[in-house]
Design a protein around this ligand. Structure first.
Ligand code: ADP
Ligand code: MG
Length: 612
């Protein structure tokens, strides 16, 4: 058995190698990931044999991976002190398609009929990826089984390979790639260092490149939570998050069903998007057994969670999955569902257990949660629980959840009310707030125009529908005494409609005003003025959404209206001018008057009359 042998590759392997060799695939660097993964697997297997008490050749040598480059010779060598291969294993493993990655690749080829060079890199074809960059590959291997001996396997990729005995080998496998001319850069330390850092930083065995230790950060996501120190977490976060501040939140989560998941997620202490750095990309990297599958994995989380950083590791992912096929696998969708659900639950827990941290988180990231409500139907309800608003029932600066609002509801209130205003003072002075104040009903104050959209999408919470205060069909609990009779106010309303003409749609007596003489009400049942403004801003080129004429509601109990009713009989011109002014005032209160300068001349005329 100890003489030189020449073997032919299995036909499928030959077919595969032809494509590998002739492919012009750009991601050639993945051969490093493949060979280092194989080395790590070999170390893992050795450890397994050792722990199960089997005799191991050179048991004193710890499992490790050593990479060396020789720029002048144009070679790269990857050595591991793992379990090694026997003669039979070399033939079986490196000459036939018994193993997974290659099988999947060939299956794809069979289905597609036409071999596509790009496919090579998409399917990590394991060991054979070495031939993308090497004109000759030599493997020296010595099995861990004490009675075995060393072997040398050599191939130029075409036809077959040579096998010969090799003396004095240490346990494990050494693979030398004689690089092709166009792949010589892989014999440079700098190139290889970057590639190893990228894909193999968390391989659980030491990796040395030209005697320098590379992977010093541990894959702590795969370890028992209780054994990890705060420093280790911070060091890890700095490494994966590229952020020197401490994270705001950390969630370590693992599951066995329905998928095997080990994940460690972080919320950075600051929202990078508000720092003027543009739209962020999710920085959660996807691993399979500690080997990188995809950095900044797309589709792993919904867009609105793009501020998350960290790692997701799932053994259910095939190592050779491609970037392109990755994005629409149902596996990824499943991961997405499980992870997003878990993260939302985590936030809910934090809001109760650590309200201060949650408030900080909310201040930084509320826009993302709101984006989620509007764009992510699946998680809308869970997101609704996370929203916080100031409320008429609480002191300024304090905010409430919708759940707590619902708990405070008086028995005769069936809806949740919100009022958009520039700030607290404006909200409390708003004519739309008067009816709520009179009834003692709580109103949520929204200070961000987007919030109206958010409420519109959320629609309901805990079975109570969400209503914008200005759209609420509500009357005062007790009509205010005094003022104009029903008949008189009806007549005044008719006169006002005649006088104001096209500026208003309908004029009617209001049953919700206390302090204000009048209010304008959007005649559109759903849209509000601020929503129209946002819509307009979003489609800059499109036609402007036309604002419908507002309804005009007057307060019959207000002295101004009573006097107006009297004056219109004696001085119609003055009354008309006052009517216009009352309408403009109501527009101001509603934030609808685009150019207040237009009303100044009228106001001045009125002042003149008052002062005469
Ligand atoms: P896969 O890793 O998906 O099985 P590869 O083409 O990467 O496919 O490797 C083929 C097989 O060769 C492996 O399953 C393993 O049995 C063997 N092998 C490759 N590299 C090594 C190594 N460094 N040490 C021991 N066995 C190896
Ligand atoms: Mg492999």
């Amino acid at each position: 058995m100890s003489q030189h042998e020449t073997h032919h590759f299995q036909a499928e392997i030959q077919q595969l190698l032809n494509i590998v060799i002739h492919s012009l695939y750009t991601d050639k660097e993945i051969f490093v990931r493949e060979l280092v993964s194989n080395a790590a697997d070999a170390c893992e297997k050795l450890r397994f044999h050792q722990s199960s008490g089997q005799p191991v050749y050179q048991a004193e040598i710890a499992p490790a991976i050593l990479v060396t480059t020789d720029e002048s010779a144009g070679t790269i060598t990857i050595t591991d002190t793992g379990l090694g291969m026997t003669h039979g294993e070399l033939v079986e493993n490196l000459g036939t398609i018994a193993h997974s990655g290659t099988k999947a690749f060939l299956k794809q080829l069979a289905e597609d009929k036409k071999p596509d060079a790009g496919l090579i890199g998409q399917f990590g074809v394991g060991f054979y990826s070495a031939f993308m960059v090497a004109k000759r590959v030599t493997v020296w291997s010595r099995s861990f089984a004490p009675e075995e001996q060393g072997w040398q396997w050599t191939s130029e990729g075409m036809g077959g390979y040579d096998l010969a005995p090799a003396a004095d080998l240490a346990r494990g496998t050494r693979i030398t790639l004689e690089l092709k001319d166009d792949a010589k850069s892989f014999s440079q330390t700098g190139t290889i260092e970057g590639v190893i850092q990228r894909y193999s930083s968390f391989v659980p065995f030491p990796i040395e490149l030209n005697a320098k230790r590379l992977n010093t950060v541990q894959a702590i996501w795969a370890r028992n939570k209780n054994e990890i120190t705060e420093e280790e977490y911070n060091e890890f976060y700095t490494f994966v998050g590229h952020d020197h501040e401490k994270p705001l939140f950390r969630l370590s989560f693992s599951a066995d069903a329905p998928l095997s998941i080990q994940s460690l997620l972080f919320v950075p202490s600051r929202n990078f998007e508000t720092l003027g750095m543009g739209r962020m990309d999710s920085e959660v990297n996807l691993y399979c057994r500690k080997v990188l599958i995809q950095s900044k994995a797309k589709g792993l989380f919904p867009e609105w969670l793009r501020f998350l950083k960290g790692v997701v590791d799932s053994e259910d992912l095939p190592l050779n999955i491609s970037r392109e096929t990755m994005q629409d696998t149902s596996l990824l969708q499943k991961l997405n569902r499980v992870l997003t659900g878990r993260f939302l639950k985590f936030l809910e827990e934090q809001s109760e257990k650590a309200p201060e941290s949650y408030a900080k988180f909310y201040a930084e990231y509320q826009r993302f949660l709101k984006e989620g409500v509007v764009t992510d139907f699946t998680h809308k309800e869970a997101l609704g629980k996370l929203l916080r608003y100031e409320s008429s029932a609480l002191a300024p600066g304090q905010s409430t959840s919708l759940a707590d609002y619902v708990k405070r509801l008086p028995s005769d209130q069936t809806e949740i009310y919100c009022l958009l205003a520039a700030n607290r003072a404006a909200a409390e002075a708003s004519p739309y707030f008067e009816v709520f104040k009179e009834r003692g009903w709580e109103v949520l104050f929204l200070y961000d125009a987007w919030d109206e959209f958010v409420m519109e999408h959320l629609r309901a919470f805990d079975g109570k529908s969400l209503k914008l205060a200005e759209k609420a069909e509500l009357n005062l609990s007790a009509p205010k005494p005094g003022g104009l009779s029903e008949e008189a106010s009806g007549e005044l309303a008719r006169w006002l409609k005649e006088t104001l003409g096209d500026k208003v749609s309908e004029v009617r007596a209001s049953r919700r005003l206390v302090e204000s003489p009048a209010v304008v009400v959007d005649s559109d049942k759903f849209m509000t003025a601020s929503m129209r403004r946002i819509m307009k801003a979003m489609k800059q080129d499109g036609p402007e959404p036309v604002a419908p004429k507002p309804d005009f509601e007057i307060n019959p109990a207000h002295p101004i209206l009573a006097r107006l009713d009297a004056v219109r009989r004696t001085d119609n011109a003055l009354a008309a001018s006052v009517a216009e002014q009352i309408l403009d005032n109501a527009r101001v209160a509603a934030g609808l008057l685009e150019d207040p300068r237009a009303m100044l001349s009228r106001l001045n005329e009125l002042l003149e009359k008052v002062l005469k």
